[in-house]
Design a binder for this molecule. Structure first.
Ligand code: NAD
Length: 261
């Protein structure tokens, strides 16, 4: 499953699932453009360490996923700095939890911008060169919430259902250009995004984070365990392989059985 010589851009790869995917792609030989927020010195170390550990080229774009012009600039930057762009992983995402009548409009706008519109802007900028080359892989990180709903997550569920729809449209458009487009739909993965929800729940319910971990899994997943960023990364690597070249337009669940019941 060698991706030697391919160039991958993973949005939101300074943390959590995106970082797991970036490391898995680098371990398979791909050069990596990181993106995301965070402490710049820590990011520089991450970018350097990844290059040294996996003997690949790495770079970083600080593009803000709420800003279309910065997203287009990031794609151009990857193409220029790393010599092309073969694999695009739209992963950056945020969460906010509130009943729809209390949901702040600015949180709605931010979630739609980062979790959905950013993927449109990145795909639109990246796909012409992939089509021209006759090879490309686009992976959108959706969620179990791209397929089913939970209360109090109006913006997140709308954005994730939207990105599954976007995945299908672009997959059809690129079907005969050597470019596949798929969505990964994780269940619970223990990342900073979920840690915050656990801490909020523990505060609200007067419980511990450990108790809330068990409760969270019990509410939605038949399998009572979290998936790991490494497991999501392994699925992304498979989708980039030649064995997966006719898998396109698919939302792939990796969710401990969440949407099966
Ligand atoms: P995380 O908070 O650990 O990582 C989010 C990443 O997005 C970080 O690198 C952050 O810097 C980046 N980011 C946020 N806002 C940004 C912005 N404006 N511009 C650029 N980068 C920005 O979260 P995670 O759990 O790893 O989530 C990654 C993706 O996986 C998200 O799309 C999320 O919806 C999805 N997902 C997560 C879970 C889970 O259980 N953790 C489940 C299903 C889907």
């Amino acid at each position: 499953m060698s991706l030697k010589g391919k160039v991958a851009l993973v949005t939101g790869s300074t943390s959590g699932i995106g970082l797991g995917i970036a490391h898995a792609l680098a371990a398979s030989g791909a050069h990596i453009m990181f993106n995301g927020l965070g402490d710049r010195a820590a990011i520089d170390t991450l970018v350097r360490d990844t290059a040294a550990k996996f003997s690949v080229k790495t770079a970083f774009s600080g593009a803000d996923m709420t800003k279309p012009a910065e997203i287009r600039g990031m794609i151009a930057d990857a193409q220029k700095t790393l010599g092309g762009l073969d694999i695009l992983v739209n992963n950056a995402g945020i969460q906010f939890v509130a009943a729809v009548e209390d949901f702040p409009a600015e949180k709605w706008d931010a979630i739609i911008a980062i979790n959905l519109s950013a993927a449109f802007h990145a795909i639109s900028a990246a796909i012409p060169a992939m089509k021209q080359k006759g090879w490309g892989r686009i992976i959108n990180i959706a969620s179990a919430h791209g397929l089913v709903a939970s209360p109090h997550k109006a913006a997140y569920v709308a954005a994730k259902h939207g990105i599954v729809g976007l995945t299908k449209v672009v997959a059809i458009e690129a079907a005969n250009d050597g470019v596949t487009v798929n969505a990964i739909c994780p269940g619970w993965v223990l990342t900073p995004l979920v840690q915050k929800q656990l801490e909020d729940r523990a505060k609200q319910n007067g419980t511990s984070v450990e108790q809330e971990k068990k409760a969270m899994l019990a509410e939605t997943q038949p399998m009572q365990q979290f998936s790991s960023p490494e497991e999501i990364g392994a699925l992304a690597v498979f989708l980039c392989s030649e064995g997966a070249k006719t898998i396109t337009g698919v939302p792939l669940s990796i969710d401990g059985g969440w949407v099966a019941h």
